[in-house]
Design a protein around this ligand. Sequence first.
Ligand SMILES: *Cc1c(COP(=O)(O)O)cnc(C)c1O
Length: 404
Amino acid sequence: MKGQEKHKDTLVVHEGYEDTMHHGSLAVPLYQTSTFSFDTAVQGENRFAGMEEGNIYSRLGNPTVRVLEDRMTALENGESTLAFGSGMAAVSSVLVHLTKAGDHILCSRGIYGCTFGLLGIMQRKYGISHDLIKMESEEDIEPFVKPETVCIYVETPINPTMELVNLHAVVKVAKRHGIRVVVDNTFTSPYLQNPIDIGADFVVHSATKYINGHGDVIAGLLVGNDKEEMESIRLTIQKDFGGIMSPFDAWLLLRGLKTLSVRMERHTANAEKLIRYLKGQKLVGEVYYPFDPDNPQYDIAKRQMRAGGGLISFTVKGGKKGAQLFMDHLALIKIAVSLGDAETLIQHPATMTHSSVPEEERLHMGISDSLLRLSVGLEHEDDLIQDMESAFMKLEQQLDKIGE
Ligand SMILES: *Cc1c(COP(=O)(O)O)cnc(C)c1O
C-alpha cells in the first residue's frame, strides 16, 4: 500500500500494519522487549552484517516502533522515518547529521526555545553559526546564504506569533545553492501541511503535540526524503547517540494518531469560531491566525497549508497584569504550556515559553507582555466562549478599578 494512493484519514488508521502477520490482532501489538533472540548463530551474524532483515535489539529497531515510523512516512509523503524519545532528540539528530565544525545554518526568525538553545551549544562548542531571519520571499533569504551555509531550518507557523515562513521561497533558494531544508512541522501536523511535497528534505515533529494529541507522551519523529540517507542516520547518530522512542510510547502514539484527522478538523473548526469571538471582544487588541482572511500572509497560508489548525495568539488590554488576570479568571481553559491536546490550553509566552529570550529580542520577535497563546482543544465551542466571556467580564471590572 503506497502512501499517496490513500487519503490521510485512512492512512492514520491502517498504514504500515498487516494484522495477518500478528495472529489477526486488530490493535498493533506492543513488543515491550529490549532484545530479540536469533534461531542460530549464523542468523545473528547475518543480521549484524545487514545481510538478513530482522530484529536485533530495540535501540536498533522494534516492530511496534516500526509501524509508527512507516505510518508517518506515508502521512508526510517521505521515504523513511526515524522515531525518537523527544522532539528535541529528533531536532538535534538531524542538525548533527547535517553539520560539521565551521558550518552555517539559516533559521526562521522564531524557533522553539530549546532548538535555540541547541544552536547556542553548537555555536559555542563547534563554531557552527546561525542567523535568524524573516523568510517571506526569496529576496528575504538570498542575501543571507553564505558559502558555508549547509541547511535552512524553519518552523511555520512560528511560535507564538503565527507568522509564516514561505516554504516555496525557502525551497527555491535552497535548491539554487544545493543546501538542505529542514521543517519543524509540529504546529500543523501532517494533516494540514506536507513540506516534503513542496521540496523540503526533512520534516521533524514533536510527536508530543498533535501526533499524539492526548498529552501523555513525550516523543519525536524525523521524516526524510532519501531512504539511504535515513538508514545511515539510523545506524550512526540514532544508534550511537541513543535517543530512541520506547515501544510503549510508540504504541500510545499509534493509538492517538488514529484520530488525527478528526481531531485536526475539530481543532480548526473550534479555532475559527474563537477568532470570530475574540475579534469582537473590546478587551482584545490583535488576533493572529494563519487562515484569517485579514491576515496579510493569508496567500502564503493558502499555498502551503490545508487549514489553519488549532493555535491562536491574541493580545489583551492591560499589559502583563491584564494578561495574567485574564488567565487566572479562566476555569475550563487550563494554564499550561504544550499544545495539541484535547484540553484547551493558554500560556503567556513572555513569562513562560519565551521567558529566557532577552526582552529586546523578544519584543523584536513580536512577543509583547500582553500576548497570549491559545491551543484550542476539542471541547464544545460554546463552553470555551462562555469561559472566556466570564473571564473578560471580570477583567473589565478590574481594569476599570485600576484605571487602565
Ligand atoms: C514542543 C516542541 C518541540 C520540542 O519537542 P519535545 O517533544 O518537547 O522535545 C520542538 N518544536 C516545536 C515547534 C515544539 O512545539
